[in-house]
Design a protein around this ligand. Structure first.
Ligand code: AHR
Length: 508
């Protein structure tokens, strides 16, 4: 059978918006082996004097993650942040009711701020609006950001941090619409509390950016009414609303699973509509932005997690081992986030280490890269600059959940500062190669580049500690000068990145 044909058209004059680097954020929660046995493991051969695994830090740095959400997730809704500060040997051991684990509090706020600096990331701090409220949120902000001369800021100084942490981005609770959340609230209850907390926090530090909690996913019975009600309380005092979504292939229907980004796209459009409805209703001039601060594939570990004994420190929870198929879905989710770069300004791949993560860190072993590491790495490293309007013509295939879906998904980013035009794309077809014509409608010519491909014959192939490079990308060079178009073959079920070097063509 001949290859299937597809076409991508881009014109550098027409863009969607600038990529905010914080689109490539991630998330570290006190859950499972993310902190204890993940980033913090004093017994590991690579641990530094603080107990931080340096092999894990190297992989986090490789991913260039500009922002990391902390400390939860569900965990934060029962957390007392004061338990995690001060001399380590005086800290209290507590029950973590969200994950039914034991929290030793050996790693807390100051350790995280230091660790984040070491991996060149900013902190996105989440406050507890489940079991706590305005007062604790303000104490935490005062401890972190106030220069000194007050109870909490002086305590920080006594703990060894004379300069304020200057944490800019703050989330007002986590998934407060979810009945599983400690301190779950109705939209009215949460909206009132979030607005009052935001008001008090801004009085303390007007320079912060605030994220109000949106729905936990688009299938919540309260979505999108939750957004309307919460925003009617908070529109003028917050900057972003959060979205969360996880995808899985529990039904073993790869055609559907590979089209998961259709759901993410519809979810983003619906939240934008809710924001703009409230904007119009309130006669507001300000536009609200979106923070997609939990997204990923999550389903492999769910059954296994039912068998994990409660009340352990660092239990092996949410340890999905990712396939090539999962990496393709992560690729299409990244493409979708980029396609909404005008409104989605921040996003967090959930999570970063061990727990539904691109990085695995097992005791005594070197850390290794999961399949999903690669699309995230490529987008984070090369997907900077202006997202271009990207037109696609591709054969359709039918899915049970999403109707007819294009076999090809792609987005183009003009990374002017790196002198590159970058196309990210997925061939969703399970068996056929796509012959993709990329039409470049502008006055640039491109002096070669490379085509990076993530592919394996077995769609279900995974990496492991024993075979960490079974699924890894390979690159072929593009040596010709490209003026109007180029045609490349994209293997079936593959992630593709085309990087074209820009140069001014004087002959045109
Ligand atoms: O990331 C795992 C969990 O998923 C988070 O704790 C919670 O916010 C979400 O439901």
């Amino acid at each position: 059978m001949p290859d299937l044909d597809a076409k991508i058209i881009v014109n550098t004059e027409f863009d969607i918006g600038e990529v905010d680097p914080r689109l490539y954020g991630s998330f570290l929660e006190h859950v499972g082996r993310a902190i204890y046995g993940g980033i913090y493991d004093p017994h590991h051969p690579t641990a530094d004097s603080h107990g931080y695994r340096t092999d894990v830090m190297d992989l986090v740095r490789e991913l260039s993650v500009p922002l990391i959400r902390y400390p939860g997730g569900n965990f934060v809704s029962g957390y007392r942040w004061e338990d995690g500060i001060g001399p380590q040997n005086q800290r209290k051991v507590r029950l973590d009711l969200a994950w039914r684990a034991v929290e030793p509090n050996l790693f807390g706020l100051n350790e995280f701020v230091e660790w984040a600096r070491m991996v060149q990331s900013e902190v996105m701090m989440v406050v507890n609006l489940g079991t706590r409220g305005i007062d604790e949120a303000c104490s935490l902000l005062e401890y972190c950001n106030f220069p000194g001369g007050t109870y909490w800021s002086d305590l920080r100084i006594r703990h060894g941090y004379s300069s304020p942490h200057q944490i800019k981005v703050w989330c007002l609770g986590n998934e407060m619409d979810g009945p599983w959340q400690l301190g779950h609230k109705t939209a009215d209850e949460y909206g009132r509390l979030a607005a009052e907390t935001a008001h008090a926090m801004r009085q303390l530090d007007p320079s912060i950016e605030l994220v109000v909690a949106g729905s936990s996913h688009s299938r919540m019975p309260t979505f999108p009414e939750w957004e309307r009600v919460v925003l009617e309380h908070t529109y003028q005092v917050v900057d972003y609303i959060s979205l969360h979504s996880y995808y899985g292939n529990a039904n073993q229907d790869s055609r559907d699973f590979l089209a998961s980004s259709v759901d993410m796209d519809q979810f983003i459009n619906a939240v934008i509509a809710a924001c703009d409805y409230v904007k119009a209703k309130m006669r507001a001039s300000k536009t609200l932005y979106l923070s997609f601060d939990e997204w990923n594939v999550w389903f492999h570990s769910q059954q296994q997690d039912q068998t994990v004994a409660p009340w352990q420190v660092g239990p092996p929870l949410l340890e999905d081992i990712y396939t090539l198929e999962d990496a393709l879905v992560v690729g299409t989710l990244l493409i979708t986030l980029l396609r909404h770069a005008d409104r989605v300004k921040m996003a967090s791949l959930a999570q970063l280490v061990n727990v539904i993560a691109p990085i695995k860190a097992d005791p005594g072993q070197p850390a290794w890269r999961q399949t999903i590491f690669y699309p995230f790495l490529h987008a984070s490293k090369w997907g900077r600059g202006r997202v271009l309007q990207t037109l696609i013509r591709a054969p359709l295939y039918s899915t049970r959940q999403y109707g007819d879906v294009p076999t090809l998904d792609a987005i183009c980013v003009d990374n002017e500062s790196a002198g590159e035009l970058v196309i990210f794309g997925v061939n969703r077809h399970l068996t056929e190669t796509l012959t993709v014509e990329i039409k470049l409608e502008n006055d640039q010519c491109y002096r070669g580049g490379e085509h990076v491909i993530l592919y394996h014959d077995d769609l279900m192939a995974t990496n492991s500690a024993a075979d960490p490079n079974r699924v890894r990308p390979y690159a072929t060079s593009i040596n010709s000068v490209i003026r109007d178009a180029l045609t490349l073959r994209w293997p079936p079920h593959s992630w593709n990145v085309i990087r074209l070097k820009t140069t001014t063509d004087d002959s045109r």
